[in-house]
Design a protein around this ligand. Structure first.
Ligand code: CA
Length: 437
């Protein structure tokens, strides 16, 4: 089954065009080769599943009703959460993709029903696409880990196990929310020169990460070998693991991050399926002088196809830029292909001890920093070389109230039609006053 899961089919054909004209524009994030799944609603209507195509959303409930798609996978994808589809696994996702591709391809009879099955993206309010039971956050970038670790010990900047396993911790699922919803600056405790302090964080940061959505389920006690890991990868999105650095530094030893991370996590609303990402699979990154992983974290498929080529960017829009009518400034440009550990290795590592991974579980890749200066994917890394100077003369060390952070991602490969992830964005609101009693 695995070989069949990772080969190109007619849905990836770069010549394929959609009858939704906006999808065929060269810069469209959502051409017919993408077909990401999400959950949306319109004012006064119930949430349901949809597919991004150009500047439109294909309403899956309407398409089912019109008899344009059918079967259990299509019914599950039209629901207000994608968990049941994710439980059905990648074969169901692949069958659904084939139906959607036929429906939206030029020449399809469905074009005549466009008005009843399409919703303009501008009128669609995107929802959290999944009921997330568990969220685990990894730390898979060598560049991120070594830049920040060098402050602690320049001679040995990486965590001791970094090259042996993908380091991770259990994070908070309940505070994951969808792009567009604001983030409130948290209050917290940390140590300053004048003693232990409590108040609004003074070091609010973003972390640019890839969201990995899991398919299927392994029973408690049953690990997931590398040969089975790819079939557990349902799809991908962008994830902002907001971090209060002052709180984090104070609270972290010895058990790991707690309130500095659980304040909020923002995800992009569209789930780009693992099927759509097949053309963008690349060899897992190798670092000279680093021994290959132990055999249980290694596989031929992972070495050849475990990585993903995704250009990722962070943009900052300050209140002053808004007032001045200028566009956002780019803070980060990196690529997921630099990551030292792959999504498949994260799955196998996570279930090594028999931990049961559930459909719709969320993995964060860890901050996706790359080797270059512009590849630094959080502010804590950027300001190691001094404050950030923005084009309009403003400076930043960390985020200020009113700042809006925007992530973008685009998968790329020669000979393939590039596909986008849509935006993951949120504005920072001031901290609430601490309750009086
Ligand atoms: Ca993180």
């Amino acid at each position: 089954m695995l070989a069949g899961m990772t080969v190109l089919d007619s849905t990836h054909d770069p010549k394929l065009r959609a009858w939704v004209r906006s999808a065929n524009a060269p810069d469209s994030e959502f051409p017919i080769q993408n077909l990401p799944l999400g959950v949306f609603s319109r004012d006064g209507e119930a949430p349901r599943g949809g597919v991004a195509i150009g500047d439109q959303v294909l309403d899956l409930r309407a398409a089912l009703k019109a008899g344009l798609i059918s079967g259990e996978a299509a019914e599950a994808a039209a629901e207000p959460r994608l968990n049941r589809l994710m439980a059905m696994g990648r074969p169901a996702s692949r069958d659904l993709r084939a139906q959607l591709s036929r429906l939206l391809a030029e020449g399809s009879d469905a074009a005549s029903q466009g008005d009843s099955i399409l919703v303009p993206m501008s009128a669609a309010r995107m929802q959290l696409p999944v009921a997330i039971a568990n969220f685990s956050d990894f730390m898979a970038s060598r560049d991120h880990s070594s830049r920040l670790g060098a402050r602690r010990d320049p001679n040995s900047p990486l965590p001791q196990a970094f090259d042996s396993l993908p380091v991770a911790y259990h994070s908070r699922a309940s505070s994951v929310h969808v792009s567009g919803e604001p983030v409130v600056r948290p209050n917290g405790q940390w140590k300053r020169k004048d003693g232990v302090h409590f108040g609004p964080t003074e070091a609010l940061d973003y972390e640019l990460e890839l969201a990995v959505w899991l398919a299927g389920e392994n029973a408690l006690g049953v690990p997931v070998p590398m040969s089975r890991a790819p079939e557990r990868l349902f799809g991908y999105g962008l994830l902002n693991d907001w971090s209060a650095r002052d709180v984090q530094r104070w609270e972290m030893p010895p058990l790991g991050p707690f309130l500095a991370k659980s304040l909020s996590t923002t995800i992009s609303p569209w789930v780009v399926t693992a099927e759509a990402m097949i053309p963008f699979e690349v060899p897992a990154a190798r670092t000279e002088g680093v021994a290959p992983p132990l055999p249980y974290l290694d596989s031929e498929w992972n070495r050849a196809r475990g990585g993903l080529a995704i250009a990722m960017e962070v943009w900052l829009l300050t209140s002053r830029m808004c007032a001045e009518g200028s566009g956002p400034a780019r803070l980060t440009a990196t690529d997921f292909m630099h990551m030292a550990w792959t999504p498949a290795q994260m799955v196998t590592h996570h279930a090594t001890n028999g931990c049961n991974l559930l459909p719709g579980d969320l993995l964060g890749s860890g901050t996706c920093s790359g080797p270059t200066d512009e590849g630094r994917a959080c502010m804590a890394e950027i300001i190691l070389s001094g404050p950030i100077h923005l084009p309009n003369g403003e400076t930043r060390r960390f985020l200020e109230d009113g700042d809006e952070v925007i992530f973008r991602g685009r998968a790329h490969a020669e000979g393939a039609v590039s596909i986008g992830f849509g935006e993951c964005r949120a504005q920072i609101l001031p901290a609430p006053a601490w309750p009086a009693d």
